[in-house]
Design a protein around this ligand. Sequence first.
Ligand code: NDP
Length: 462
Amino acid sequence: MAIATIDPRSGETLATFPPYDDQRVQSCLAKAAEAFDSYRTIPLDHRSRLLRGAADLLAADREAVARTMTTEMGKPVGQARAEVDKCVKAMHWFADRSPDLLADDMPQAEDVADSGAHGVRVRFRPLGVVLAVMPWNFPLWQVIRCAAPALMAGDTVLLKHASNVPQTAQLLQDLFTRADYPDGCFQSLLVSADQVAGVIRDDRVAAVSLTGSESAGRAVAAVAGEQLKKCVLELGGSDPFLVLPSADLAAAVETAVRARVQNNGQSCIAAKRFIVHIDVFEEFESAFVAGMRRLDVGDPFLERTDIGPLATEQGRTEVEAQVDDARDKGAHVLCGGRRPPEQPNGWYYEPTVLTEIDPAMRVHHEEVFGPVATLYRVADLAQAVTAANDTPYGLSSNAWTRDPTEQGVLARELQAGAVYFNGTTVSHPAFPFGGIRRSGYGRELDGLGLREFTNPTTLWYG
Ligand code: NDP
């Protein structure tokens, strides 16, 4: 894939960037390793000051950064601004909280005595150079979510961003440079996917974090495994959205529409499979379809637009193939299911609702990365749980019920990294984020995410 900014509204190539050659990659690796040698010793309050400075610069650049993201991957510009705000907030959160979260762990006194020591503590020392392989869908947030904690932990970061967001990658590097981070602490590597294995294999790289597709995850994890290097994977999801009879139905419908189409339907934690109890199914279905039909599909730079174009031509082709497969196998298309006729150029796709889903259909077991919802009818809570878990993924889940007994069952039974009751999944810096099964492993955000790229070192004093 060429490293290029291609306008998803038209398919026009706006700018191309030659990939770094081996010599330039080597020089970035050397700089990252050299930077780590000194940056790791910088006190935490200094690291906090640097990160706060970067956050303030980002806040000041809000509009320009938002417009760059929208240009490169097509998200509605209001959502791009919200992404910038979210990053600024997370940077402040990590700047403020990391000193506590990285403070030494002190084992219980009786365990210390039992070990024969006078004192024991666990220190979270930095790990080294972290390679961040990142996707285009939240081109700022996914990077900051990895880089802010890594930099607070004392690591240095090399970013391999998706090939279609090179200008966002560049502005991230410029941001950390302007914020006075020592040279080499954060660098963007303009490289293609097939150059990544060589970077992971390099002795100067300690660990890798990837957000993206299952196939990219497998490729990166295989090399990290071969090299015995720490790896965190945040992959796809096909999150269930359960609606049970005690739900506030109006709120559930409103949230369901928003959850499915956020970011033009291209979010790993978007609710994708809507599993509705038979008692409220018809009411939910008609209100949900009406809500999806009302959405405005169009130019992402217009403030009124709800859904812009999909980020890549290949992405839209894939969504079309998944919907066509479902239709061919008997699914009912309640709305959408086609390119909008009024948007002949660009990679637009209408908000779509499918029902009568069969396990043989691709949409049943694959992630659909576009504004396409699948609707399932279930007879009771047990069927709802079975349907929710009938996926190879396990990122997050949403459950609408006001019944505490049902909430207890769902908290125990839903196989995912999170269960959001009466709401929809939204990542927050204070809560761990990540999945199980084919959604990956490891956690981001919170103290768990912060400690992923540290070396928890036992210090034993006799
Ligand atoms: P990819 O997973 O291919 O891209 C994510 C990142 O991984 C990019 O930086 C990409 O680089 C890199 N990458 C891809 N293949 C390899 C590899 N073999 N070795 C090393 N790095 C690699 O996402 P796509 O854009 O192709 O999207 C395909 C599907 O992935 C989507 O339809 C969706 O289902 C899922 N996806 C999920 C995301 C999530 O948030 N969970 C985010 C993005 C996609 P390059 O761009 O140069 O190929």
